[in-house]
Design a protein around this ligand. Structure first.
Ligand code: ASP
Length: 312
């Protein structure tokens, strides 16, 4: 089933990133995360989003929190963002290190300050001040993959690891959109791309680039962040929905535009204020789980545009 159209009162849709495995163990974690979020959705959509992303940040299988890809110097630097479509409150942390849940730091920034984005040392200091303890985010698997990649580079060879996941079989950036029957919200968390330069910030905390939410829609993106930032892709999706497209159409058109303008690959997930979910991608894999009124839509699949919009 390519898209869900429902009059249900609560929707959570979560993706596991580009080129992420669709093996059972990955889907299972996405489902668990979405169901945990659903428990909180009627209470507070921001809390629901945070709960979903916390589950994924804890899992070493996804490129966020513990298990993030390492940058060129072997350090994990993470980006995370959260936005409420009704109040248009947005907050993000960028290139943050050594915190268990970057998404929770972003939420604290949104709820406790008027600041919108904190990066690097400032973000870490803010996290400590608000009670987020030092945490190791480097998994053994990612450290091993980084060492091998650096060895390949030293030999003058191109590293064979996947750009997004850092490993052959592993998960990428995660993102979630929710609709509680009244309002929309979105959140995303990532370690960026493997071997990225220190200090590099991607599209995950870029409003209108990799994440957006309004009274019309909530949108999250994954893929090469630079392309999403330069094309303001998530804002484009929202505008297309506001102009009358269903989310799936808007997303397909955004991917075509991204491909035409930047030759890039990506995955996009959105829900609109009528409870319609859409998702599509033009890469290897893009696992998406949709929960409607507490039930997993077992046959939901994002649209695969890889053949039409091939990058390689
Ligand atoms: N979009 C993320 C970034 O560029 C990476 C990804 O989604 O794979 O940081």
């Amino acid at each position: 089933m390519p898209y869900a159209h429902t009059m249900a009162m609560g929707i959570i849709a979560v993706h596991g990133g580009l080129d992420t495995s669709r093996e059972k163990q990955y889907i299972k974690i996405l489902q668990e995360a979405a169901l945990q979020g659903h428990e909180l959705l009627s209470k507070n959509r921001i809390q629901a989003l945070e709960a979903v992303l916390q589950v994924l940040e804890e899992s070493p299988r996804f490129n966020c929190g513990y298990g993030s890809v390492l940058n060129f110097n072997g350090i994990v630097e993470m980006d995370a963002a959260i936005i409420d479509g009704t109040s248009s409150r947005f907050a993000a942390v960028a290139a943050i290190q050594d915190v268990h849940h970057p998404i929770s730091v972003a939420r604290a920034l949104m709820e406790k300050t008027k600041d919108v984005i904190l990066a690097g040392d400032g973000a870490i200091k803010f996290a400590r001040k608000h009670g987020f303890p030092t945490a190791n985010c480097v998994s053994e698997e990612q450290l091993d993959a980084w060492q091998k990649a650096r060895e390949s580079l030293a030999r003058g060879e191109k590293p064979t690891q996947n750009l997004y996941t850092g490993l052959a079989y592993h998960g990428d950036t995660v993102g979630c959109v929710v609709w509680d029957g009244e309002g929309l919200a979105a959140a995303s968390s990532t370690g960026g791309y493997s071997l990225k330069p220190p200090g590099r910030v991607g599209d995950t905390p870029s409003l209108g680039g990799g994440i957006f939410a309004s009274r019309t829609s909530a949108v999250v993106c994954t893929g090469l962040g630079e392309a999403f930032i330069e094309t303001l892709t998530s804002k484009y999706v929202d505008e297309a929905i506001a102009a009358g497209s269903v989310p799936e159409q808007a997303i397909k058109s955004a991917l075509k535009r991204l491909h035409a303008q930047k030759g890039a690959e990506g995955g996009i997930l959105a829900v609109d204020c009528r409870g319609r979910v859409g998702s599509a991608f033009n890469a290897g894999q893009f696992p998406v789980v949709v929960v409607v009124d507490g039930k997993i839509l077992e046959d939901y699949q994002p649209v695969n545009l890889r053949r039409e919009l091939s990058v390689h």
